[in-house]
Design a protein. Structure first.
Length: 761
């Protein structure tokens, strides 16, 4: 297990090195440009926070912190991890640490400054008075499963680290979140008992210089029962929850263990505290402890300064590989620019973990009604929500952060998708349900509790997304984005093409053709909004878009059989649905549609994500008419009206909307980029995901080899930018007064593919 963990962290480092140090770096790039304006977006507070609602996020892609300084001067932080799933299938916090300093960080007559330094992903706290100065730095090592605290004082300072656990005894979980494993706790008949949360375990016999704890899933609640009901028993080995063990160890040189929860650091002008965080699955506690000891030993063999330098280099490379910095000196522009930088930072803090980013709070949720582990909508993944933080990653060059999404949906769960499709529909290929747990089973609240063998209709009972299957085509579309940007042929061969084969085969197998040889896609839905549909826009547009891009792949990388299948399916597709509104032709949710229940605008999926209708295309009026006459309007949470505006070239509307989105933070949170809850939870990653993709689309859009600059850029905004385009292309420029005044394209030959939509350079 230790070897696997080491390979995981080394692999991330090698992948970033290949991306940031290889073809993405051009000698023509001014390496300081990405960092020049970054400090403007640092978050600075000059008073401590009342409680956890005043926390700042830190992370390394897998481990996250919500950190704050309390009025008494204590530094407190919750620890989270992307794979800390408890025995009830909830993604819970790992734990909580409090660090008390003497002298304290908050003192009478002392100045106080707390700053999130984006350049190094470090929380800095400075306290200064006539009695002496203290500076504390806190970060999560970008290259190791390690939280690091370093403190210095003009005079000697002492510190005590304390573990504060809340899962201290077994208790019944009273609240329900929609995607809980046992969401309906009255069914089946033998499951009337409540769901219990099990306690963490403190290390009572740890060495004298450390304290620690772990949570061990000695039982697993749900997967076996769900597998039996959904007919998926063959995929229940190993159990995804049983014997999952996660926790942390707190160490410091020269420290003295006071008891199982408190570690004392004697007075010194320099203090360092290390907290290692580890998940193992499957692992008994003794196996987890052995792996933790190896992790600590490896860290202690490395030099502190070397680790810190490597951490800073990772973040420096991250910021320099891409940016959009709106430099206009007004409040709206500053709000948008900071929102973009902070959301990209939050994504990076959680985007390199074992599992995809949780849309409903990521790993930065804070306690709700006393429960640090609560999140509205629970532990499950909704595809329409989950995808949104990922839509901006290609243009940002954050390719390694897309891998957890592809690994879960397209690689690890591929056999399950295919098997489920066969037993539920009888069709070949695979559909991807809208709502699944991280191990692939459908929500109990979605599928229902009647065993599959007792059903005539073996699909889910919930009508909310019973026939909603756009997730498959959209996943393929996103993988095509990834391939076109990276030209990773191994990914194309091993992941993209097999996934595309199964997804497209399902639609070809499940639906029948009419007399004209066209697919009649019914029963169907248009997102969750229209429940009774024929030929829904999202799926039809998705199939048109994916087959076109697959057929555009180099022939030497595909087979004649594949191309023949894609061509034949494309010929079977019905036309994009349209409707007449006041004698104007507009995109429609489906050829036939009825029974509206939600507030999505699925007719505009031809605009985003699939870009079949866009500002430069002859069919743009269809999209504009659909936008003007849409049933629902909004620009918060997962609403995508502003993205539709950008792709249709509406600069002023998109600009006004992104300002509203950037200012729509959670009123109860102090951090300016903790959005929500909107439809989901805080911090709302759907909201932030749309925001980042929106600003990118205002600056640059691509279609095939064409690169369109300033397709929806407000003429009064100035900016500098560096974005990534398909075919290993980097576009860097400066905008002033609505004009591009500097433009660098790497490789230079791609400059011929650039179309400046607004005023030219």
């Amino acid at each position: 297990m230790r070897t696997e963990m080491k390979r995981y962290w080394i692999g991330l480092g090698l992948l970033f090195g290949a991306l940031a140090g290889g073809w993405l770096v051009s000698a023509s790039v001014c390496w300081g440009a990405g960092l020049a304006g970054l400090a403007r977006h640092n978050v600075v507070w000059e008073r401590p926070s009342d409680d956890c609602n005043g926390s700042m996020p830190l992370g390394n892609g897998d481990i996250g912190l919500n950190a704050w300084v309390e009025p008494d001067g204590d530094l407190v932080f919750y620890i989270s991890k992307t794979d800390a799933w408890d025995d009830n299938g909830r993604l819970v916090k790992v734990g909580k640490i409090r660090v008390t300093f003497t002298p304290p960080l908050v003192r009478p007559q002392a100045t106080f400054r707390q700053e999130l330094d984006l350049k190094t992903a470090t929380l800095r706290v400075r306290s200064a008075s006539n009695d002496g100065d203290v500076e504390v730095r806190l970060w999560v090592d970008a290259n190791r499963p390690l939280i690091q605290l370093a403190a210095t004082g003009s005079e000697a300072l002492a510190a005590t680290a304390s573990i504060e656990l809340w899962r201290t005894e077994r208790y019944a979980l009273e609240s329900l979140q929609v995607s809980d494993l046992m969401e309906d706790r009255s069914k089946p008949g033998n499951l009337h008992q409540p769901v219990f949360v099990e306690p963490d375990t403190l290390l009572e016999d740890a060495p004298d210089d450390r304290i620690g704890w772990y949570h061990h899933n000695a039982k697993s609640v749900g997967p076996a029962t769900i597998a039996r009901i959904q007919g998926l028993e063959r995929f229940n080995d190993p159990d995804p929850l049983l014997h999952r063990t996660f926790g942390a160890m707190v160490t410091a040189q020269g420290a003295r263990r006071l008891n199982a929860t408190r570690l004392e650091l004697p007075p010194a002008k320099t203090q360092r505290l290390s907290i290692h965080v580890l998940t193992q699955h499957p692992a008994r506690p003794e196996q987890w402890l052995a792996a933790m000891e190896q992790t600590i030993a490896e860290t202690e063999r490395s030099d502190f300064a070397t680790r810190r330098k490597a951490h800073e280099q990772w973040w420096s490379g991250f910021w320099q590989r891409s940016w959009i910095d709106v430099t206009t000196d007004d409040d709206d522009a500053r709000a948008v620019s900071q929102a973009y930088a902070l959301q990209r930072y939050i994504t990076a803090c959680a985007g390199r973990g074992r599992y995809p980013i949780k849309f409903n709070g990521s790993i930065f949720t804070v306690p709700y009604e006393g429960d640090p582990d609560f999140r509205r909508w629970g532990p499950g993944y909704w595809w329409q929500n989950t995808r949104l933080p990922y839509t901006a990653m290609c243009a940002a060059g954050d390719f390694e952060m897309m891998r957890p999404l592809f690994r879960m949906y397209a690689e690890e769960l591929a056999p399950l998708h295919k098997y489920r499709t066969k037993i539920q529909t009888g069709a070949e290929g695979a559909f991807i349900p809208e709502c699944i747990y991280f191990f692939g089973y459908q929500f109990t609240a979605t599928y229902g509790w009647t065993p599959i063998e007792q059903r005539d209709d073996k699909l889910q009972t919930s009508p909310w997304h019973k026939w909603e299957w756009v997730s498959g085509p959209e996943l393929v579309f996103m993988m095509l984005d990834y391939y076109e940007h990276t030209l990773d042929e191994a990914f194309l061969t091993k992941t993209l093409l097999p996934t595309a084969r199964e997804i497209l085969t399902f639609f070809d197998s499940f639906y029948e053709t009419n007399a004209e040889g066209k697919l009649v896609m019914t029963p169907a839905m248009a997102c969750e909004t229209w429940r009774q549909c024929t030929n829904p826009m999202p799926e039809v547009a998705g199939l048109y878009a994916t087959t076109a891009r697959l057929l555009a792949l180099p022939t030497e990388l595909t087979t004649a059989e594949q191309r023949a299948f894609w061509t034949a399916l494309r010929q079977k597709l019905p036309p994009l649905p349209t409707r007449r509104v006041n004698d104007v032709l507009a995109l429609a949710p489906a050829e036939k549609f009825a029974d509206r229940h939600n507030v999505e605008n699925p007719e505009l999926y031809a605009v985003f994500p699939f870009r079949l209708v866009a500002f430069e295309k002859p069919n743009a009026p269809l999209g504009l008419a659909a936008l003007r006459h849409r049933w629902h309007r909004g620009n918060a949470g997962w609403r995508q009206d502003d993205l539709f505006m950008a792709y249709l070239g509406l600069a002023e509307e998109a600009g006004a909307s992104i300002v509203q989105r950037a200012r729509n933070k959670h009123k109860g949170s102090r951090f300016p980029a903790f959005w929500g809850p909107n439809y989901d939870w805080v911090p709302d990653q759907c909201h932030g995901g749309v925001l980042t993709r929106l600003l990118q689309a205002m600056v640059m859009q691509t279609d095939g080899k064409k690169i369109f600059l300033l397709p929806a850029w407000p003429k009064t905004w100035d900016a500098t930018f560096r974005l990534h385009a398909p075919y290993r292309t980097v576009v860097e420029g400066e905008i002033r007064g609505g004009r591009i005044v500097r433009l660098d394209v790497t490789p230079a030959a791609r400059r011929n593919d650039v179309v400046v939509v607004g005023s030219g350079p």
